[in-house]
Design a protein around this ligand. Sequence first.
Ligand code: NAD
Length: 329
Amino acid sequence: MRVVVFSTKPYDRGFLEAANQGRHDLAFQEPHLSVETAPLAAGADAVCLFVHDHADAAVIDALAALGVRGIALRCAGYNNIDLAAAARRGLAVSRVPAYSPHGVAEHAAALLLAVDRRIHRAYDRVRDGNFSLDGLLGFDLYGKTVGVIGTGKIGACFARIMTGFGCRVLAHDIVENPAVRALGAEYVPLDRLFAEAHVISLHCPLTPQTHHLIGAAALARMRKGVFLINTGRGPLIDTTAVIRALKSGRLGGLAIDVYEEEEGVFYEDLSAAILADDVLARLLTFPNVIVTSHQAFFTREAMTAIAETTLANLDDLAAGRPCPNAVRA
Ligand code: NAD
């Protein structure tokens, strides 16, 4: 099959080519998929998409008119695809439901350790010949209470890591995970988690119920000086409310791998441009904030698993077989 891969970065190409081993004719394109770029899929049987590609109804129509039969997402989320339109135009959609929960959980732990112990500041400071400790004071994780919101695959890994540090884990989820309970974690309502946790880490999906889960009201119920980690999705947090909480000291630290308005910014080299997003620019001024560019998934193991599953999904499409990773409206 001929497959046009949108939003290609050099690392995507490397892992996809290694997994493909010549089975499909992969054509790599750098642009994101949109109505304007859809014609790049001319002659393709399928397109391979990532999180910032948009397949709304107009794009699906354009792809179908070009003869494209399938969309292979090389990510877990599919909120960027109009599934009803895909079904209407007969395009099969597949995704990679799980790759490495460990990688994401470990990145959340890395963010927590870095923002707590001010590693980002220490790194710059020492390289600049400044060996003072002023402003670098952290706290022991040992004995602290960590609130984990969303205890699925990633949240469970994060909870396990935190118990390894000697933390007490309070969990919150709409479905309890026995593996998390077995770690000694206690499931509690959000109010109690907010009131007791020294650290809160978000691992739930973005849904209408979780949109702005962390807003002004939630922040007001938290301990003063709480540290907040978000490797889930940007809109779980109301960024404006979080900035107010950082300014007041309610939040003692913030480390995020995802951001409400990350599209068009994250994954791009904008180092020679003027940052147009004033909210993000303000966030980056705080000494107790770390932002990474949606990289929590970015490990060799996860990239290999993503590429292998994506190619297996394409094999199913080519063979006309049912795909276990199909996504339907
Ligand atoms: P998962 O489906 O295994 O777990 C999600 C958990 O959240 C489930 O247990 C679910 O019951 C729970 N949940 C759903 N609604 C909830 C609510 N209203 N309140 C509390 N809990 C709720 O998913 P996962 O593989 O653990 O991934 C979790 C999230 O991490 C994903 O949805 C995605 O947004 C994010 N993610 C980020 C990256 C990254 O690179 N930063 C990579 C992969 C996944």
